[in-house]
Design a protein around this ligand. Structure first.
Ligand SMILES: O=C(O)c1ccc[n+]([C@@H]2O[C@H](COP(=O)([O-])O)[C@@H](O)[C@H]2O)c1
Ligand SMILES: Cc1cc2nc[nH]c2cc1C
Length: 355
């Protein structure tokens, strides 16, 4: 039997942000024709991106979006306001260009790929979708582990492969999106499994459950955590038992981006659960993650706090698909353009600060 570990890459070192580019960008910011600090977070963003992109003036022309779609066994409980068939139907909608992320990707001129990791329904569109099927769905994690070891390895690898395609395309910013009915339960369970709190503190409406639906979701998650609790002894095992194919793919993509030197803009609640998994698997991944928005899903605040993340926007969005991240890209582009194109005090002949 081979003793080669198919997941060894997860722990390979990630790139280090370039401190000389960060320093050059900070110096440049201090010379631009504005009171220092007056562009607030836009200044910090430009400086951070400079370090990640290894250049004094970062740019965000080439944005890459990978949306990972998959079904969840936990949907049988039921824990979502929508039927499981929606996952495959939305894959068709992505392929036809009618989903929110399709519109936003066109607005940004971003590359958009849809990766189908396995759905119970059969998407009819084959064009414009990468079908990397692992299984029709994960297993119901209220009864057993969501994934086998092999399925988890394949899902993580699918994410890494997306990061590689983004890298080969010359991408300057990576956005991961998710689509999977039931995945807010999986994301909540992961947050609980990583020690962030109890289901009653973290579970929310997802696609739109009412109070009774949320109470039922909490009881399902409590049952699942009682089952798996004694076995959650490593970050990987938490992900295997409670995660989903698309969530694991997002985690693999984030780690891959950090290893390949691509900045990541994280979307909402589900993406942040994947980001937490990625950071538990390979903590230095955190350096490469920017956080776009605070989702309306109540547990997101707790996830963001655990990741020490300050998101840019709070628009009450809770869609997934990478949509919140896509909406934040114009802000990041403004940060880069201001940083690169504003005149310095010396160039403009404007007097600097006197005290
Ligand atoms: O990412 C978020 O902030 C978010 C919050 C709530 C729901 N979603 C999306 O809604 C689906 C999961 O919701 P649910 O109720 O089916 O678990 C899934 O397709 C997600 O992309 C996404
Ligand atoms: C229609 C629909 C679109 C979505 N996009 C991401 N999650 C979703 C969930 C539903 C129900």
């Amino acid at each position: 039997m081979s003793d080669i570990n198919p997941l060894a890459w997860l722990r390979s070192s990630v790139r280090r942000p370039d401190t000389s580019s960060t320093a050059a960008a900070a110096t440049r910011q201090a010379q631009l024709t504005k009171p220092p600090g007056s562009l607030g977070l836009l200044e910090t963003l430009a400086i951070r991106l400079a370090g990640l992109q290894k250049r004094e003036c970062p740019a965000l022309e080439r944005v890459w979006i990978s949306v990972f779609a998959a079904d969840h066994g936990i949907a049988a409980e039921p824990v979502s306001a929508f039927p499981q068939s929606v996952t495959a139907q939305m894959i068709d909608n992505f392929a036809r260009g009618g989903a929110a992320i399709s519109v936003l990707a066109r607005q940004l001129g971003a590359a958009l790929e849809i990766v189908n990791l396995g759905t119970v329904g059969s998407p009819s569109q084959t064009q414009g979708v990468l079908h990397q099927l692992i299984a029709p769905s994960t297993a119901n994690f209220a009864e057993t582990a969501a994934m086998s070891h092999e399925q988890l390895a394949r899902a993580l690898q699918a994410g890494y492969d997306s990061a590689t395609r983004a890298h080969d395309d010359g991408c300057e910013l990576f956005i991961g999106g998710d689509m999977g009915i039931g995945n807010s339960s999986s994301a909540t369970a992961l947050a609980c499994g990583y020690g962030l709190g109890a289901p009653s503190a973290l579970a929310g409406p997802g696609t739109g459950l009412g109070a009774r639906g949320v109470a039922h979701k909490v009881s399902v998650l409590e049952r699942a955590l009682a089952l798996h609790g004694p076995h959650l002894d490593s970050p990987l095992e938490v992900l295997r038992r409670l995660g989903g194919f698309e969530i694991a793919a997002l985690a693999g993509a984030y780690i891959g981006c950090a290893q390949l030197g691509i900045p990541v803009l994280v979307d909402g609640f589900i993406s942040s659960a994947a980001a937490l998994a990625a950071c538990r698997l390979n903590p230095d991944t955190r350096d490469w993650l920017l956080f776009s928005h605070r989702s309306a899903e109540p547990g997101h605040v707790i996830l963001l706090k655990a990741l020490d993340a300050e998101p840019l926007l709070d628009l009450g969005m809770r869609l997934g698909e990478g949509s919140g991240a896509a909406v934040a890209v114009p802000l990041l582009r403004s940060a880069c353009l201001l940083h690169a194109q504003m005149a310095t005090f010396a160039e403009a002949g404007v007097a600097g600060r006197q005290a």
